[in-house]
Design a binder for this molecule. Structure first.
Ligand SMILES: NCc1[nH]cc(CCC(=O)O)c1CC(=O)O
Length: 323
């Protein structure tokens, strides 16, 4: 397959962080491996785009009401035809895309789990998978900007304090290592692996102990809905398993319709028998309420599975969570 009559280079939009650029190059390797015309040195042009989310320094995205803050400027560039497609961390991409933009493909998932990062205050403690929080001293500060991680930590360890930590993966690791504020933090194992920083993880948290975010570890590519040529090309490199699990997870998220202030987790996996197993979590940010449930169903029903689980979780959560 080749993009007929298309002028090269194809322009790919991405955020500018080291992880975003890694993901973009990974995607470009995949497409060019599939399409010989795109193997030429000048076939692609990277457009690093600073998003509103990147400008947020010290606040929680939740406090800015910001769904889609990491993608707004990228969507605009796509609709304005300044780029041809865009590469995203799926977990940062809102469930409802702007009209005219589609999620054209999802790439093979990297590990979806969160990793525990321990600073000098936890030195000497040997992390125990059976008691993942045991290595963190009583009353210590855990740095995270994610209400999902915050709620699950505080539910397990109400004595801990959570403070916002921001910046890209490397910045956050440096802040924990400095040891002057945060005793520990949590990061997606996927990001650490892709940046060659997996050794920074003291422990990988089981997806049941710390339910990951919907789409975590999956790279998604968006294009204009009317760009049939690129949609076809991208469909060819789609990973069907990543599509199935992300469809279930994103339908769960959409059904819960939480704001960014609502701690929500969603994680699906394929069972050996080929069915889809989806776990969903809803909580209060302070961890005083936490509801976690799972459902199993057919891959063909991924969206319905997510919606059903989401609606059930919503119905059985106290009203203040969705207020
Ligand atoms: N919100 C930031 C973000 N978006 C995607 C990843 C990691 C990579 C991924 O989940 O695909 C991260 C960092 C983190 O949560 O540690």
């Amino acid at each position: 397959m080749r993009p007929h009559g298309r002028s090269l280079p194809l322009r790919v939009g991405t955020r500018g962080s080291p992880l975003a650029l890694w993901q973009t190059r990974y995607f470009l390797r995949l497409v060019s491996g599939f399409c010989p015309v795109l193997r030429a040195a000048q076939a692609f042009e990277e457009h690093a785009i600073t998003t509103s989310g990147d400008r947020v320094q010290d606040r929680r995205l939740a406090d800015l009401g910001g769904k889609g803050l990491f993608a707004k400027e990228i969507h605009e560039a796509l609709l304005d035809r300044r780029i041809d497609f865009a590469v995203h961390s799926l977990k940062d991409l809102e469930t409802e895309l702007p009209p005219g933009i589609v999620l054209a493909c999802t790439l093979k998932r990297e590990d979806a789990r969160d990793a525990l990062i321990l600073g000098p205050a936890c030195a000497g403690a040997t992390p125990d998978p059976a008691d993942p929080w045991g290595a963190i001293p009583a009353g210590a500060i855990v740095g995270t900007a994610s209400v999902r991680r915050q709620a699950q930590i505080l539910h397990a360890r109400p004595d801990l304090r959570v403070e916002v930590i921001r910046g890209n993966v490397q910045t956050r690791l440096a802040k924990v290592r400095a040891g002057d504020r945060y005793a520990a933090s949590l990061l997606a194992l996927a990001g650490l692996r892709r940046l060659g920083l997996e050794a920074e993880a003291a422990l990988v948290l089981d997806a049941e102990a710390m339910v990951p975010a919907a789409g975590q570890g999956i790279v998604g590519v968006t294009v204009r809905a009317d760009d049939t040529e690129l949609r076809e090309l991208l469909a060819a490199i789609e990973d069907p398993e990543a599509r199935a699990v992300s469809t279930a997870e994103r339908a769960l998220l959409a059904a819960l319709d939480g704001s960014c202030r609502t701690p929500i987790g969603g994680h699906a996996r394929l069972l050996p028998d080929g069915r889809l197993h989806l776990t969903g979590l809803v909580a209060r940010p302070d961890g005083s309420f936490l509801l976690k449930r799972s459902l199993t169903g057919a891959v063909a029903d991924a969206a319905r599975l997510g919606r059903t689980l989401g609606e059930g979780l919503r119905a059985d959560s106290p009203a203040d969570i969705f207020a």
